[in-house]
Design a binder for this molecule. Structure first.
Ligand SMILES: Nc1ncnc2c1ncn2[C@@H]1O[C@H](COP(=O)(O)OP(=O)(O)OP(=O)(O)O)[C@@H](O)[C@H]1O
Ligand SMILES: [Mg+2]
Length: 279
């Protein structure tokens, strides 16, 4: 991490603390919690693997972190050995039957909580439609945890939907893992166009390469081409079998393969993202 990064990061959180006290004292709402969603229109690109590693690293760096697993597949929930206590927790949160605080669980790691996926996430679009279809629903919901967390990471299902719109609007950054192939370039353009057309703010879109194989010309050519767009972090995640092992170990990389190259790559990427966010 650069000295500038450390100083900027420390200043940010001292400022956050002072402002929170000040605004709490005078009963104002104050938001410095950062919401990042791991999103791609495409499935199987490393959203969940990245979300799990980044949340772990953020928490280990001392940031109060929440992972919200909004993918009905519940892979992030599985990696953290968590499970919802109630089959329809999410439905109850959306319908205001329980508060968001009641659905959040601690993980075995310091500073790291999870809002696990449950079966009701499958019908999320319908549940949101029933709430007058507002696109700001998640954003408003997360206001309740503003003073509790520094970072919220949302693990998203793939695709465009009302759920995706809600996530985009709630997010300060849409972190998009991209496999450097020709087809992914098309998907990347589709997501950019969607955010522009919906006036969500394409500036939120921050991308990084995953599953990169620099022995393949197609991968290096695509990376060179897309780096010109200035929307990609310079650090990337190669295709590495240690990342696949997360599913067997049920844990983030740093827990079972701290000295692996895969973990080094995720550390470097997370440091770059964190410094980019906090600057
Ligand atoms: N850099 C990588 N190298 C090798 N395997 C990877 C890498 N990143 C992810 N994987 C593996 O690829 C598969 C898909 O990854 P992951 O579940 O993170 O993708 P996803 O985008 O969340 O998928 P979905 O859209 O289904 O939610 C998993 O088996 C995961 O272990
Ligand atoms: Mg996933």
């Amino acid at each position: 991490m650069t000295k500038i990064g450390i100083v900027t990061g420390n200043m940010y959180f001292v400022l956050n603390l002072i402002c929170s006290w000040f605004f709490e004292f005078f009963n104002f709402e104050f938001k410095l919690m950062f919401i990042a969603s791991l999103y791609n229109l495409k499935g199987g690109v490393g959203k969940t693997a990245s979300c799990v590693n980044m949340t772990y690293m953020a928490a280990k760096d001392g940031f109060r972190t929440l992972l919200w697993d909004l993918d009905p597949q519940g892979a992030a929930t599985y990696y953290y050995k968590a499970h919802a206590t109630n089959k329809s927790s999410l439905k109850k949160v959306i319908e205001h039957d329980i508060s968001i605080h009641d659905a959040i669980h601690h993980t075995e790691f310091d500073n790291l909580d999870i809002l696990p996926a449950d079966n009701s996430a499958r019908k999320l679009d319908i549940l949101l439609d029933a709430q007058q279809g507002t696109k700001k629903y998640f954003r408003n919901l997360l206001k309740d945890v503003t003073s509790i967390y520094d970072f919220v990471f949302i693990d998203c299902p793939p695709g465009f939907s009302n759920v995706a719109d809600n996530i985009f609007i709630a997010s300060d950054a849409v972190l998009m893992p991209v496999i450097p192939t020709t087809l992914s370039m098309r998907t990347y353009e589709q997501v950019k166009k969607y955010l522009e057309e919906k006036e969500i703010g394409v500036e939120k879109l921050m991308c990084f390469f995953t599953m990169a194989d620099t022995r393949k010309n197609m991968h290096t050519d695509t990376m060179q081409h897309l780096y010109k767009d200035k929307r990609f972090f310079s650090h990337y995640i190669p295709y590495l079998s240690d990342i696949e092992k997360m599913g067997i170990k049920n844990a983030p990389l740093e827990v079972f393969a701290a000295s692996s190259y895969a973990n080094t790559c995720y550390r470097a990427l997370w440091t770059e993202i964190k410094e980019g966010i906090l600057e």
